[in-house]
Design a binder for this molecule. Structure first.
Ligand SMILES: Cc1cc2nc3c(=O)[nH]c(=O)nc-3n(C[C@H](O)[C@H](O)[C@H](O)COP(=O)(O)O)c2cc1C
Length: 390
């Protein structure tokens, strides 16, 4: 039986356990001094991530690779010096407390609203198809932040796609300067990279559309460029085969694409593939009913055979027994606990000792209320010391 608390060698990085804190956007950034600074990480965020440093691996909330990627308000980025400096404070604190932290990088593509893009410009996408029914956190007509239906995108030109690859490479170089141990490329949940990979949505006729090789070219070029910046073994990729999040159309070629992608990622020295094991419902994850539905193990076994690196599964894990039963399938190496990490900074210790888990209030997931619902959850032993129930 594999224990969640066995160490794991992820490429050159030794993780102290199999427990992963997956990326979670929490909108606690500070507005930069200059418009080009973007939204900037701060000392409060350093406290939040530092509190969770007993995880085997922390993957940061997602980061914009440039300003055109700013689909959601208060999401940090890694394209300005102010952001590099802000993240350095976070990584120093995580490392001081013995943790390991990767940065998640994205471009939102069509999942964006012009109210928060530079000069009110339209979002960009693999094609000009709008994500009907999807919403992002942006300014409403009254100027207040709220969930708003996304705008219609403009399709990126061929040379713009190649330039975007370089943008990802620059972002990775910045993440390295900011002290991250590695990066995760967000190729899941209906954002730009997945928009290219989906055979129904991607109707392009240039070298980034059509065949399997063409639809996955954007991801592979990004991976090559980012691995060149960070070194092999320090780059992971997040994938969500069969996911419908972000209004992704059902794709009859999903399994074929997925197996090809993991094989190619293995050849490129990618350290891990991070899978949405429990499929997210359509549309807004926060309001939609959550019905468990898992990836098929027969498909995962085929993927396992094609990829020599680690697999992470994420989605719906809340206890040690189920996580360890999953490790025992031999199909997965690391287990991510998302929402449980919000209210349990000491999740690792709670799972190890069988202590009960606290539950977060959803209304604080994305607020700007600073520490409320963010850094104010006590560790379990502290609860007991002050006589509070966990
Ligand atoms: C508040 C919140 C923010 C999230 N932000 C991100 C994100 O920035 N990037 C990402 O890939 N997934 C994000 N997710 C998805 C989580 O990483 C995870 O896949 C999802 O919560 C399911 O796992 P769980 O059942 O363990 O919570 C977010 C989820 C939540 C609840």
């Amino acid at each position: 039986m594999t224990s969640l608390f066995d160490p794991y060698d992820l490429g050159p990085v030794r993780l102290k356990s199999r427990i992963v804190m997956p990326p979670m956007t929490r909108t606690r950034t500070t507005e930069g001094d200059l418009p080009t600074d973007g939204d900037v990480p701060n000392a409060l965020m350093a406290t939040y991530y530092g509190q969770r440093a007993s995880a085997g691996l922390i993957i940061s909330e997602v980061n914009d690779v440039d300003q055109s990627s700013h689909g959601y308000a208060r999401v940090p980025g890694i394209h300005s010096e102010a952001q590099v400096r802000g993240w350095r404070v976070v990584t120093d604190e995580v490392h001081r407390r013995g943790g390991t932290i990767f940065m998640q990088l994205w471009h939102v593509g069509r999942l964006a609203h012009s109210s928060i893009l530079p000069n009110g410009q339209a979002p960009v996408g693999a094609t000009a198809e709008r994500a009907e029914g999807s919403e992002v956190f942006a300014h409403g007509p009254d100027g207040r932040l709220r969930f708003m239906p996304v705008d219609t995108p403009r399709a990126l030109g061929t040379e713009e796609v190649s330039a975007m690859v370089r943008t990802f490479a620059n972002a990775a170089a910045n993440a390295r300067r900011a002290g991250f141990d590695g990066v995760e490329i967000h190729a899941a949940n209906g954002y730009l990279i997945e928009q290219f990979m989906n055979s129904v949505l991607n109707t392009r006729t240039d070298r980034y559309g059509g065949s399997l090789e063409n639809r996955t070219r954007f991801l592979m070029e990004i991976v090559d460029a980012v691995v060149a910046e960070f070194g092999p073994g320090r780059v992971g990729v997040r994938l969500s085969p069969f996911g419908k999040y972000g209004s992704m159309p059902a794709d009859p070629l999903t399994e074929e694409t997925f197996l090809y992608v993991v094989e190619q990622l293995g050849r490129r020295g990618v350290a891990y593939v991070h899978l949405l094991y429990e499929l997210l419902p359509d549309g807004n994850m926060e309001s939609a009913e959550f019905k468990p539905r898992y990836l098929d193990h027969a498909m995962l076994a085929k993927a396992r055979a094609k990829f020599p690196g680690a697999f992470i599964w994420c989605g719906g894990f809340t206890d040690r027994a189920r996580a360890e039963a999953s490790l025992d399938t031999g199909l997965v190496d690391l287990i991510a606990f998302g929402r449980p990490y919000i209210a349990n900074p000491d999740l690792s210790e709670r799972l190890r000792n069988g202590w009960p888990l606290a539950v977060a209030d959803r209304s604080t997931y994305y607020t700007r209320n600073g520490e409320v619902g963010y850094t104010d959850f006590p560790a379990y032993s502290n609860d007991r010391a002050v006589g509070k129930a966990a």
